[in-house]
Design a protein around this ligand. Structure first.
Ligand code: G3P
Ligand code: CA
Length: 311
């Protein structure tokens, strides 16, 4: 199957997702001329301003707050299982240091799933209140209390909940960029693809990575699954940058966003998902960008409010 044909199929898939999601949508150029274009509200690591990041509780809060989807980070355990965790180490967002005191530096890759499932991935959020939302009352005490004992989810659990909640998911595959692809990274992509297919979520996910080789491999083995490249600076020729690996979207850091580059990507049929946008003025500004497909934010409640109010 030719590359162009693959892209057409992915575009059809994204269009179906738009219909499925009720119009907040990916490849939906018709809406882009409106004063407040439709843009996907994507909760970064779940609704991490009001719940512990990369947990099922964060996905539930994202859905309750009106997000279209959630972004989460995936890593592989020592025994080859896929779990949600942002940092290479477990220490910041779990009690690994207390439960396994002799296992510094607590790398995800050095722990089995069984060990990781013993950890509390919620209490740190209550103790540290990283976004000040417990102190402000946005997260009431009884809600915060529910976070104690929250577990590190597996990718399967995260995708099952995505389906149950009618959400869309941006699965970020973490890895150590290597060329050629390491066996571990290849295994991560293989297992992710198998799960997406098994659960019938092909039209509801975007797999992204900073690792070009992972996305190149993803598109080789699963051209029907949308893939995105994460960047912290804008490539000189973004369209060529995506085409070279067969990706469907570019996910730039907000500071790297460039309207002309986004225009070129939009005209060529690629998605643009900007991260991580949190300030109300920035959310409003990016929501008005005609070629921004989705906004990844720690504060989906703010973005939903802005979109609903047409601000
Ligand atoms: O996917 C966008 C964003 O999540 C990438 O950065 O460090 O938050 O995973 P990070
Ligand atoms: Ca991420």
């Amino acid at each position: 199957m030719g590359v162009e044909m693959n892209r057409v199929l992915v575009a059809i898939g994204l269009a179906l997702a738009v219909v499925f999601l009720g119009g907040h949508g990916a490849a939906d150029p018709v809406r882009k001329g409106e004063s407040m274009p439709s843009v996907l509200v994507i909760a970064h690591r779940g609704a991490r301003s009001v719940a512990p990041e990369n947990t099922l509780a964060a996905a539930r809060r994202a859905a309750e707050l009106g997000a279209d989807g959630w972004e989460f980070d995936v890593q592989m355990t020592k025994d080859g299982e896929l779990v949600l965790m942002h940092d290479e180490a477990l220490a910041r967002t779990t009690d690994a240091g207390t439960v396994f005191p002799g296992r510094s530096p607590w790398r995800v890759a050095d722990f089995t799933l069984h060990e990781i499932q013993k950890l509390d991935a919620g209490s740190w959020f209550v103790a540290q209140d990283p976004f000040g939302t417990i102190a402000s009352g946005e997260v009431p005490p009884e809600k915060a209390a529910e976070f104690h004992g929250e577990r590190v989810p597996t990718l399967r659990e995260a995708l099952l909940l995505t389906k149950e909640l009618d959400l869309w998911a941006n699965i970020e595959l973490k890895g150590t960029p290597l060329s050629p692809l390491s066996n571990r990274s290849k295994d991560t992509v293989d297992k992710t693809v198998a799960l997406i297919r098994e659960l019938g979520l092909t039209e509801r996910v975007l797999v992204s990575s900073f690792d070009r080789e992972m996305i190149r491999y993803l598109k080789r083995i699963a051209p029907e699954i949308a893939g995105a490249l994460l960047v912290i600076s804008m490539p000189s020729d973004p369209v060529a940058y995506l085409r070279e690996v067969g990706a469907d979207a570019l996910n730039p850091k907000a500071s790297a966003f460039d309207r002309d580059a986004a225009r070129g990507l939009g005209m060529a049929g690629f998605g643009v998902y900007v991260w991580t946008v949190n300030e109300p003025a920035d959310l409003s500004r990016f929501a008005r960008e005609p070629d921004v497909t989705g906004i990844i934010t720690d504060w989906p409640q703010r973005l939903r409010g802005i979109l609903d109010a047409g601000r």
